[in-house]
Design a protein around this ligand. Sequence first.
Ligand code: PEP
Ligand code: MN
Length: 367
Amino acid sequence: MPKNLQIKPLTEWKEYNKRPFVVAGPCSAESEKQVMETAIGLKKTGKVDMLRAGIWKPRTRPNSFEGVGVKGLPWLKKAKQETGLPLTIEVANANHVYEALKYGVDILWLGARTTANPFAVQEIANAIEGADVGVLIKNPVNPDLALWIGAIERIYQAGIRKIGLIHRGFSTYEKTNYRNLPQWQIPIEMKSILPEVPMLNDPSHIGGDAALLQRLSQKAMDLNFDGLMIESHIHPKEALSDAKQQITPEELGVLLDKLIIRSPRPHDEQQLNVLEELRGKIDWLDNQLLDLVEQRMQVVENIGEYKKRNNISILQNKRWEDIIYKSIEEGAKRGLSREFINRAFKAIHQESINHQMEILNGVPKKR
Ligand code: PEP
Ligand code: MN
């Protein structure tokens, strides 16, 4: 676990103190005209806080459009000047960092493939050392929390205190509705480990499809994410990369207007009291649950002692199948999913076997 990281929360990133903090722009910068028209369209929505664009594009297969390279930097600088919006671009090696800093890029971002590679992250960290710049770190392509934390630590050790994270989903071999599986529990766990670190969501690369953007963005807001990074192109259909997931600046404006932003915290004393009362009930019910499980284990131990005396083996498959079957039926009547009951009862069953094993082996009871 990381210790003593003094990372600045978004509220202290000067002008970036807004929720949702919205980063938008094309997947790739393609031409000066495309960059300028997109940036001006985004500014017009009044809801975008930072421009994004890729100029070096990590592509899965060769011979696809790999970005315009340094040629795009003056276009982006101009877009920043004309709109007054700060700018972020992806960097994947030390040279990218030097070029980006030369052109006054405000925030650098590490792509998912880069975060997965500690050599690349360290090279970037060394190049950034001493620079007054913020860094956004996308989750690694594989669902590995430690790798993500490692990237934060490397950038932190280079003296950077404005560090934010971008949840862009995780690749899978199976085909799913998503381009990258969200696995929301991973950014949520990250939030509990490093609560101060700003967390943005990238519904464009999770969904891979413009049709999924609204729902994913709303979910991110409901999970208290600080902001969104969404790809927007003046003519999405003609985009040279990620055409299916990009939307026009006008469409982005509509999407952002439709978002319902709920407060992460109660507004006043009265709301707080209502929540406190309900939480009290939950705590009481959780205690009841634990008492019941404890009672169940006592009966299980009695059975274990009986089995020991009479030389009967612990695992009785048929009996267990009946329990699961009955519980799933009963659970369904109570609106509990099959999958949940299966998982919960398997865990209870495993604990029961452990208790009986202890009795069989003559281990003294913990209780
Ligand atoms: C991108 O943001 O265009 C990009 C390449 O994203 P990722 O690193 O999440 O694949
Ligand atoms: Mn993209």
